[in-house]
Design a protein around this ligand. Structure first.
Ligand code: ADP
Ligand code: ASP
Ligand code: MG
Length: 815
């Protein structure tokens, strides 16, 4: 025989009750024997609680009561044949009238005791279970409604009563023996004390009712039917990637539910464990789901933890003082005082010096705990042996749970790393001696981010989500979004990475969508977005507080870089192809790196030099592996390479520049390239990354253009001047051709000096053979002293630059 319990949402409407009936019919048809426990209709216990409170404060309760009545009446009309409806209407009306009398009494007295409250809310289960039994009777005539409060006996702890197990078992058995032919419909949640006053078993207590009955009647299984696919690795409302577990041990289920996984009420595990009755968590809205089985022994699975849960609201009390040191029984006294006052202590940590005890309680109990402490330890406080308690509010607990943790080292390291990387501060830590649970206390506002980050860290074969905010929708920005879209399936399937573009901004418009912007429609979406404002954009990123968050700067704007530090401080990584921040003052360059390092986030800018070529990465690897840079020689302007590579034979310099311009190889004003300014920025970043303190003014910059071209007031004038300078450039070319050399614009870093100059190089020089718009760089180091390390390839263009940004993005958080 099985005990099957249906939760509030399973009996919340006619449609869901129809599912319940179908489930029962199927069991019946397959010859399975069962009895039913039912919760109140979804939301009814809350409404009754609110009505009782309202009545006690002199507010109207009638409207709410009518709502409850209508909820039940609607189901009667929809689920019971007209000719049979009357007895059900009558009984529900009787219950409603009784509630009304009670609420009227509370209203008149303006007083609500825990005892009256229990009595009032007990009607939720009475109404729903009676109703369900009447509906079931149409299919199973032997259905019988039972008010379980007469059979489950408890102490007087109203609101959260403790069960007298021997007496309860005796009563249940006795009753059962007299009704062996019936399908019994038990009210969940409610019980009574020895004076037959109604008590309740704590919120969510119908699960407990089911387990108590199952243990008393030696059921072979308990099924708890709810609205989710069993126990998930984390609360599915917060962690979208949470997945269903096929099995759990009683201990694991107990720990997870104690720390907030509401799908099962923790005390329900006690009777089940005592009698070794398996509990199966099922989904009324997805009956084909096999269920999560909770049993004593489970199979080993591949993950180090079973799940993550959280208690969303707690307060922390920290007690310090010399009076505690060596005082045997101090904590015993403290906690028994709290227990006497029914203050539930959620977790405790004590420092080994015994100088402090920290414990977590529900916020509603803080004042009571403070007063209690003051009155009980008055003397110690006055003589300064104890300090006044320090209260920390707006906190929550995150707990990772699993029996596998016991044998696996490094679990807490992983937990702390995931939190630290996301800038989440830990206020206190507790590890149960069983090692089945590690709990951390963190700020409430971080809970969603923390749960997602920790989930990603432990269930790594699942996809890790990167939340990306991309700024700039020019050539590179647009190409990047296209590349991400094209690659997303591959990344998910092969690398376990999901790139979610959570925001896009350009100089005109911006949009933010936490759920991820559809990349096939991003242009439409941004056009419909709000007017762009970088301040607001950054504030929104901070406010969303998402895990694994990356800001991508694909602009050439001097503004975006001014936000990097603020982003790092909010634990957002930055990936940029914009060179401005890195090539501003050395102080700023250094400050950005220090801040990123301190915050444990990444700052990647591979595309600052040589587009997608692995130059910055190589330099970094050389440096971190202990090599020393002796000399760098490089051609890092794709535009200038193109121009000199084509400035041969009869063609004039003017014509080559014009052609390069037309082909889109130059900046809108070609002087940006030809002045060497852009190249200088790259040299400065390289020099700094190679460990040199260099400012812009320290890079000596040899000019390519005559003064007249540089000073021309417009681009048209510049071209006129350039044409006039043909003979100057022809001279340069002829000199090269006469000496069998080629013209190259080369950057150098040597003896801690950086320079860029126009040179004539012969065929022995490694830079002689350079085609198209290629970049080339050679590193002479302690290790690569006689044969320098050379990197060569296309160093310009939207495709390769966007690909470089993309690679940086994927590498965020890799270490
Ligand atoms: P019922 O009324 O059926 O007893 P509850 O509302 O008490 O249902 O519990 C089910 C809810 O528990 C789910 O809807 C889900 O939002 C929540 N929940 C929290 N943590 C978890 C988890 N780890 N796995 C499954 N559900 C969870
Ligand atoms: N109806 C009660 C509650 O809402 C008991 C339960 O649903 O398990 O807490
Ligand atoms: Mg429940």
């Amino acid at each position: 025989m099985k005990i099957v319990k249906f939760g509030g949402s399973s009996v919340g409407s006619s449609q869901s009750i129809q599912n319940v009936i179908d489930i029962l019919k199927q069991k019946h048809a397959s010859g399975e024997k069962f009895h039913v426990v039912s919760s109140a209709m979804g939301g009814v216990t809350n409404i009754l609680t609110d009505l009782a409170q309202a009545a006690s404060e002199g507010y109207d309760f009638k409207t709410g009561l009518t709502e409850i009545e209508q909820k039940h009446f609607t189901v009667i009309k929809e689920m019971i044949a007209v000719k049979n409806q009357n007895p059900t209407f009558t009984q529900i009306k009787i219950f409603i009238n009784e509630i009304e009398d009670l609420l009227q009494g509370v209203y008149s007295l303006q007083e609500l005791s825990l005892q009256s409250k229990d009595l009032i809310i007990s009607y939720g289960e009475k109404c729903s279970t009676f109703l369900l039994s009447q509906i079931a009777k149409q299919y199973f005539p032997n259905s019988l409604y039972i008010d379980t409060s007469a059979l489950i006996k408890t102490d007087n702890n109203f609101g959260n009563a403790r069960v007298n197990t021997p007496l309860t078992e005796h009563l249940l058995k006795e009753y059962y023996q007299q009704h062996t032919e019936n399908i019994l419909f038990f009210t969940g949640f409610i019980a009574s004390n020895e004076n037959n006053r109604i008590t309740t078993l704590g919120r969510g207590g119908s699960d407990y009712t089911a387990a108590i009955i199952a243990a008393a009647l030696d059921a072979k299984e308990i099924e708890l039917w709810s609205d989710v696919d069993g126990m998930l690795t984390a609360d599915p409302r917060v962690v979208k990637k949470g997945f269903s577990l096929s099995e759990l041990s009683y201990t694991e289920a107990m720990e997870l539910s104690y720390f907030g996984a509401k799908v099962i009420y923790p005390p329900a595990m006690i009777p089940a464990f005592r009698k070794k009755i398996p509990i199966v968590l099922k989904n009324t809205f997805n009956p084909t789901f096999e269920g999560t089985r909770i049993e004593e022994h489970t199979h080993k699975n591949m993950y180090p933890i079973r799940g993550i849960s959280s208690i969303n609201e707690i307060s922390l009390i920290n007690i310090t003082g010399s009076g505690m040191i060596g005082q045997i029984g101090f904590s015993g006294k403290l906690f028994s005082l709290l227990a006497q006052e029914h203050i539930n202590v959620i977790l405790i940590t004590q420092s080994s010096s015994e100088h402090s005890i920290t414990f977590a309680i529900e916020p509603k109990d803080v004042q009571k705990a403070k007063q209690l402490f003051r009155s009980e330890f008055e003397l110690e406080l006055e003589t300064n042996k104890l300090n006044p308690p320090i209260i920390e509010e707006n906190l929550c607990v995150l707990a990772i749970v699993g029996e596998n943790m016991k044998q696996t080292p490094g679990i807490s390291g992983k937990l702390f790393h995931a939190l630290g990387r996301n800038g989440i501060n830990i206020h206190a830590i507790a590890q149960g001696s069983s090692e089945y649970n590690i709990s951390v206390i963190i700020k409430r506002k971080n809970i969603s981010k923390a749960l997602n980050a920790v989930h990603d860290a432990f269930f790594t074969q699942l996809t890790k989500t990167l939340h990306v905010f991309s700024v700039g929708t020019g050539n590179i920005g647009t190409t990047l979004l296209r590349q991400i879209q094209a690659q997303s399936d591959f990344l998910r399937d092969n690398n376990g990475i999901e790139v979610k573009i959570s925001g896009i901004a350009n100089s005109r418009k911006m949009i933010i969508d936490e759920e991820g912007i559809d990349l096939t429609q991003w242009e439409k979406a941004i056009n419909a977005g709000e007017v762009s404002n970088m301040d607001t954009f950054i504030q929104k990123i901070k406010l969303l507080n998402l895990s694994n968050c990356i800001f991508v700067d694909n602009t050439a704007s001097p503004v975006t870089g001014t936000y990097y530090k603020e982003l790092f401080e909010s634990n957002v990584s930055v990936v940029t192809c914009n060179k401005i921040a890195n090539s501003s003052s050395y102080k700023e360059y250094k400050d950005l790196r220090d801040t990123a390092r301190k915050r444990g986030v990444d700052f990647f800018y591979e595309t600052n030099v040589g587009a997608g070529l692995p130059i910055i990465r190589t330099l970094k690897d050389l440096m971190t592996s202990g090599d020393r840079i002796l000399k760098i020689e490089a051609i890092l302007s794709g535009t200038i390479s193109y121009i000199f590579n084509n400035f041969t034979g009869k063609v004039s310099f003017y014509e080559v520049v014009k052609k390069a311009h037309e082909l889109g190889y130059t900046e809108p004003d070609p002087r940006e390239d030809l002045s060497g300014k852009d190249f200088m920025r790259k040299m400065m970043i390289l020099a700094r990354d190679a460990g040199y303190v260099v400012e812009g003014k320290d890079v000596s910059l040899g000019a390519i253009l005559p003064e007249s071209c540089i000073n021309a007031p417009s681009i048209d004038d510049f071209y006129k001047e350039l044409k006039k300078s043909d003979s100057y450039f022809n001279q340069l070319k002829e000199k090269a051709e006469n000496e069998n050399k080629v013209l190259r614009y080369i950057g150098k870093l040597e003896n801690s000096k950086a320079s860029i100059s126009l040179e004539w190089v012969d065929s022995n020089h490694p830079f002689y053979n350079l085609t198209g718009s290629d970049n080339i760089i050679s590193f002479t180091t302690e290790r690569y002293k006689f044969n320098p390390l050379v990197i060569k390839g296309p160093g310009a263009g939207a495709e390769v630059t966007a690909a470089g940004v993309f690679a940086d993005l994927i590498n965020v958080g890799a270490n």
